[in-house]
Design a protein around this ligand. Structure first.
Ligand code: 3PG
Length: 389
C-alpha cells in the first residue's frame, strides 16, 4: 500500500476519506473520538501544502436527498475549532470543488450521493476526477465496498493509505498476525449469534479466550450449569460445545466463570449477590462475573503477551455489576502485554475506567475492527493493495 506520509502533496488536490460518523444528539456531538483521530492526517496534508477535500458519511441517509439530520454541519464546525482554521461545508461537490492549496473543505455526507452505497462506477470516477491523490483513512468504514471507500481507489490518479488507516492495520497485524505469546482475547456481548464468526475465527489463533455477557451464559449453559433467567441462546449450545472442543484440540483454553454476580431484576439498584456458578437459581439473572473469576482472568491477562479486547463482561453501566469489567480493564492497563481494544461498548468502558493511555492501541472501528478480527479481507484495504506499493 502506498502511504500518504511518503507522498509529496505540495500544491496537489487531495481527497481524503475519513470516518467522521460520530454520534449526534440534538445537533450535539456526543463522542468526538473519530474527529480527533482524523486530525493528525488532516494537519499533515495541510502542512504538506495540499488543497484538502475531506469526505465522510454520517449515518445512513437516503441517497439523492439532502437531510439536515444527516448533515455534516456539526462536524464541520467542530473540525474548524479543533484545527483552528475555517472548514467550510460544501453541499454540492460531486462535479467540482473549489479549494486552494493550504486550505481545507469538508464535503457534505457522501451517502447523500446517488450510487455511493452500491459502489457505482460512474460516481467513483467523478470522485476520482476531483483529485490528484485519493487518501483512504477511514478505517471504521474500510469494511464497506462503496464508491468513496472502494470504487474511487480504482480510478484515482494515485491512491494511498492515510496515517490513521495504516496505524490501525499495523496495530491489528501486530496483535493477530505475529502476536507476542500468549495471545488472549476477551469477547463479550449479548449474543453468541452476532459474534459467532469472531469466536470461530479467534479460537484458531488464541491461547486463551475469555467470554463474557450473554455469550458466556450460553457457554455456561453448554457446560451443564443452570443460568436461570439469564440472557442466553438455547439454540447455540451445540455450537458453544463445538467451539470449546475446537479450542481444546488446539491446546487453547476457554476458561468459564466459577462465580457470578446475580440479581432478580435487570435494574441499576437491584440487589447483587455473588454465587458459585453451580448455585444459580431459576429466577436469577447473571449480570457480571464474580470476584474469584475476575481475579483468575486478571492473572491470565497479567501473563499475556497480547490482549485483544472486544466487549464488557458485565452490565458495567450499573455500579453493582461493573466490578468484573473494571477488574479486567485495570488488569489490561497494568499488563505489559501489547493490548488492543475496539467496539463502542468497549471504548465506553475504557473511558469509564480511564485506561486509554495504558491500552497500546484503541481502534476507531466498530464493524471494521470485528471483521478484521474475524479474518475477513476489508474491501478498501484490498483495493489499496491492488494498486500496489
Ligand atoms: C461505523 O460506525 O461502524 C462505521 O462508520 C460504518 O458505518 P455503517 O455501519 O453505517 O456502514
Amino acid at each position: 500500500i502506498v502511504r500518504m506520509t511518503d507522498l509529496d502533496l505540495s500544491g496537489k488536490r487531495v481527497l481524503i476519506r475519513q470516518d467522521l460518523n460520530v454520534p449526534i444528539e440534538n445537533g450535539r456531538i456526543t463522542s468526538e473520538k473519530r474527529i480527533t483521530a482524523s486530525l493528525p492526517t488532516l494537519k499533515l496534508a495541510l502542512e504538506k501544502g495540499a488543497a484538502v477535500m475531506v469526505t465522510s458519511h454520517l449515518g445512513r441517509p437516503t441517497e439523492g436527498v439532502w437531510s439536515e439530520a444527516e448533515s455534516l454541519a456539526p462536524v464541520a464546525l467542530r473540525l474548524s475549532q479543533l484545527l483552528g482554521v475555517q472548514v467550510p461545508l460544501v453541499r454540492d461537490w460531486v462535479d467540482g470543488v473549489d479549494v486552494a492549496p493550504g486550505s481545507i473543505v469538508l464535503l457534505e455526507n457522501c451517502r447523500m450521493n446517488a450510487g455511493e452505497g452500491k459502489d457505482d462506477e460512474t460516481l467513483a470516477k467523478k470522485y476520482a476526477a476531483l483529485c490528484d491523490v485519493f487518501v483512504m483513512d477511514a478505517f471504521g468504514t474500510a469494511h464497506r465496498a462503496q464508491a468513496s471507500t472502494h470504487g474511487v481507489i480504482r480510478f484515482a490518479p494515485i491512491a494511498a493509505g492515510g496515517p490513521l488507516l495504516m496505524a490501525e492495520l499495523d496495530a491489528l497485524a501486530k496483535a493477530l498476525l505475529a502476536p507476542a505469546q500468549p495471545l488472549l482475547a476477551i469477547v463479550a456481548g449479548s449474543k453468541v449469534s452476532t459474534k459467532l464468526e469472531l469466536l470461530s475465527s479467534l479460537v484458531g489463533k488464541v491461547d486463551q479466550l475469555i467470554v463474557g455477557g450473554g455469550i458466556a451464559n450460553t457457554f455456561i449453559a453448554a457446560a451443564g450449569y443452570p443460568v436461570g433467567k439469564s440472557l442466553y441462546e438455547p439454540d447455540l449450545l451445540d455450537t458453544a460445545k463445538k467451539i470449546v472442543a475446537d479450542a481444546k484440540a488446539r491446546g487453547a483454553d476457554i476458561p468459564l466463570p466459577t462465580d457470578v454476580v446475580v440479581a432478580k431484576q435487570f435494574l441499576p439498584d437491584a440487589e447483587a449477590t455473588v454465587k458459585a456458578v453451580a448455585d444459580v437459581a431459576e429466577d436469577d439473572l447473571i449480570l457480571d462475573i464474580g470476584p474469584d473469576t475476575a481475579q483468575h482472568y486478571a492473572g491470565l491477562i497479567a501473563k499475556a503477551g497480547t490482549v485483544v479486547w472486544n466487549g464488557p463482561v458485565g452490565v458495567f453501566e450499573f455500579e453493582a455489576f461493573s466490578h468484573g469489567t473494571q477488574a479486567l480493564a485495570q488488569a489490561i492497563a497494568a499488563s505489559p502485554a501489547f493490548s488492543i481494544a475496539g467496539g463502542g461498548d468497549t471504548l465506553a468502558a475504557v473511558d469509564k475506567y480511564d485506561i486509554a493511555d495504558q491500552v497500546s492501541y484503541i481502534s476507531t472501528g466498530g464493524g471494521a475492527f470485528l471483521e478484521f478480527l474475524e479474518g475477513k479481507t476489508l474491501p478498501a484495504v484490498a483495493a489499496l493493495e491492488a494498486r500496489g506499493a
